[in-house]
Design a protein around this ligand. Structure first.
Ligand code: NA7
Length: 556
């Protein structure tokens, strides 16, 4: 990893104040956007709040963290050479390796010279007269740019719930999404983990092995299916690399953005014995196999959904020795209506002597005290509390910046604080000219291979900018009708499934006081269909966007 001192020498300086494009965030989306715009010849500056590249993999560095998309698919494919040269150790890359990968890319493409670290974008205001964005930073400086592009990711605004008494707690406390760079020692300590989503489930495994005692505070039990992580076989990796073009073709032809994930088979084509075999085989296969690769009607047919849910519940009953604990771990919501969690050996953790489970639906937290957590059932003495309570997702980080489009309207006002999220193709929104959101709301986003989605969006944005540049267009804006149509389409797709039936972070349902979006914030048509739509829009000269030219001068 590049040290801070070498970054200071190498990263973008603050002398220049006018750019063709400003990108927020130096995670994978901001990095690839920068690379692509530089290739196009645009002066581009990335502002990043952290001290280095990596985004999600920079901020989330808690023990046990791994990616839950397979590493051979969670890889950039825009450069064949990059794909050939980088080698993953395991089926699911651990955080340290993902961060090394981000650094490798930053070095290989010499990205740091155009990134300013430790700089937050506080606001971005569109200057209608000049068709430019005025961007204000946390050090008081301002820059201008024709294009304002967010690469902030859907999961970067950590949610620490407002629990009474947290400030009085005398022990240590952390949030998984803002994990310290220094080692956190669980040894000899009584640790609480609050939250059992993907992050909670991963850190619970790490804490249980080290801590004196672990108490898990669970609000909603999840369906957790095995990841089946393992070291990658070098021969298998060689085969994929040798057949790179075919592998990429398979990614593009899938709906998830990774080969082999989905199936077309209905559960009702099989006998009960066959279903058992299919579910068991998927359980053993791991990765996306259970959620996507068993049957195509789990998310649309209640009987089918119950069969999958019952299978997971039967596994919990088999694995967890204490029936009361097993019962607490059994989810009751519709399978697949919260983001599926994949982990190895999770339910087994509850057979350990040093682990207890508190069901917050039965005994809610009343307050945090100087020495622990008090629920309606009594007090738990603790040395450390880990909040694995997720993120103000999808819109949270966008709302943290004061983004103002035409007539000074803020994005937060336009989207009614999250209640009325509306975009065109997840990439732009009416009233905010010359602004792009990479993998923004109503793109395939977190319901596809995220790295694939980044490439898809960035490539399309780059082509669009090339077109705008070529035609001498000063500003573009998503048409109101086009965005209403797109948002309604996303909603229709979601309503044809069970995904709108459970409160989840996908639509803001996890944040106290935040209105849940009435329009589903993720496009469910899959990346293949999404590519077809993006291509069609481009072929029709970016149909659905208003383009304004005030002169014939083309941008240099
Ligand atoms: P998630 O998936 O949002 O999980 C957060 C967990 O924290 C979940 O179990 C929540 O329960 C729980 N939670 C949230 N607020 C509270 C409060 N106030 N009290 C108790 N429990 C609470 O976040 P993750 O970080 O695990 O994963 C996010 C994504 O990162 C993941 O899907 C992958 O894409 C990677 P709830 O279910 O809301 O009842």
């Amino acid at each position: 990893m590049t040290s801070n001192s070498s970054q200071n020498q190498k990263n973008g300086t603050d002398q220049i104040t006018e750019f063709n494009a400003v990108v927020v965030g130096a995670g994978f989306s901001g990095m690839y956007m920068l690379h692509s715009l530089r290739e196009l010849g645009l002066t581009t500056r990335v502002f990043e709040g952290g001290s280095d590249v990596g985004g999600t993999w920079y901020w989330n560095r808690y023990p046990g963290l791994k990616c839950d998309t397979e590493s051979l698919s969670y890889s950039f494919t825009f450069s064949k050479e990059l794909y050939q040269k980088w080698t993953w150790s395991s089926r699911f890359a651990p955080q340290q390796e993902l961060l090394r990968y981000a650094n490798y890319i930053a070095d290989k493409f010499d990205l740091r010279k155009d990134i300013q670290f430790n700089k937050r974008v506080m606001s971005a205001h569109f200057d209608e007269a000049n068709h430019k964005w005025q961007i204000h930073l946390d050090d008081g400086r301002s820059v201008t740019a024709k294009y304002f592009i967010t690469g902030t990711g859907p999961l970067s605004s950590a949610n620490v719930p407002k629990v009474k008494g947290l400030e009085s707690f005398k022990g240590e406390w952390y949030h998984t999404g803002r994990w310290p760079h220094e080692k956190v020692d669980f040894k000899g300590k009584r640790v609480a983990v609050i939250g059992t989503g993907s992050s909670g489930v991963q850190i619970i495994g790490a804490v249980a092995k080290e801590a004196d005692h672990l108490t898990v505070f669970q609000r909603t039990p999840q369906y957790i299916t095995p990841a089946q992580d393992r070291r990658l076989d070098p021969d298998y990796v060689r085969e994929i690399k040798d057949n790179f073009d075919d592998f990429v073709r398979q990614m593009r032809n899938s709906s998830f953005g990774a080969p082999g994930a989905a199936t077309d088979r209905s559960i009702f084509e099989d006998t009960p014995e066959e279903r058992q075999r299919v579910f068991e085989a998927a359980w053993q296969k791991g990765a996306q196999a259970f959620a996507l690769g068993t049957y195509n009607d789990l998310n649309t047919n209640e009987e089918a959904n119950k069969m999958a849910a019952d299978f997971v519940r039967s596994k919990i009953a088999q694995i967890v020795h204490d029936p009361k604990t097993a019962a607490k771990l059994m989810p009751t919501y519709l399978f697949g209506t919260k983001r599926p969690v994949k982990a190895d050996g999770y339910y087994e953790i509850y057979n350990r002597e040093n682990v207890d489970l508190v069901d917050l639906r039965e005994t809610p937290i009343e307050q945090i005290t100087p020495t622990g957590i008090r629920t309606s059932d009594g007090e738990y003495e603790l040395d450390m509390i880990v909040f694995a309570t997720g993120f103000d997702a999808i819109t949270g980080t966008l709302f943290k910046m004061d983004i103002r489009g035409k007539d000074g309207i803020t994005l937060r006002e336009k989207w009614k604080n999250g209640a009325q999220v509306k975009t065109y193709l997840g990439v732009a929104t009416n009233g905010f000219p010359n602004m792009f959101t990479i993998t923004g709301p109503q793109s395939p986003s977190v319901l596809a291979n995220y790295l694939f989605g980044i490439q898809q969006h960035v490539d399309w944005i780059t082509e669009f900018i090339h077109y705008l540049n070529d035609k001498g267009i000063d500003s573009f804006e998503a048409e109101s009708d086009a965005e209403v149509k797109w948002s309604n389409h996303c909603q229709e797709l979601a309503e044809a499934t069970f995904l709108t039936k459970t409160k989840s972070w996908w639509s803001g349902g996890n944040i106290e006081g935040k209105p849940s979006s009435s329009l589903f914030t993720i496009y469910l048509g899959g990346v293949k269909k999404f590519a077809e739509i993006l291509n069609e829009v481009a072929e029709k000269e970016y149909e659905g966007f208003v383009k304004i030219s005030t002169s014939q001068t083309t941008m240099s």
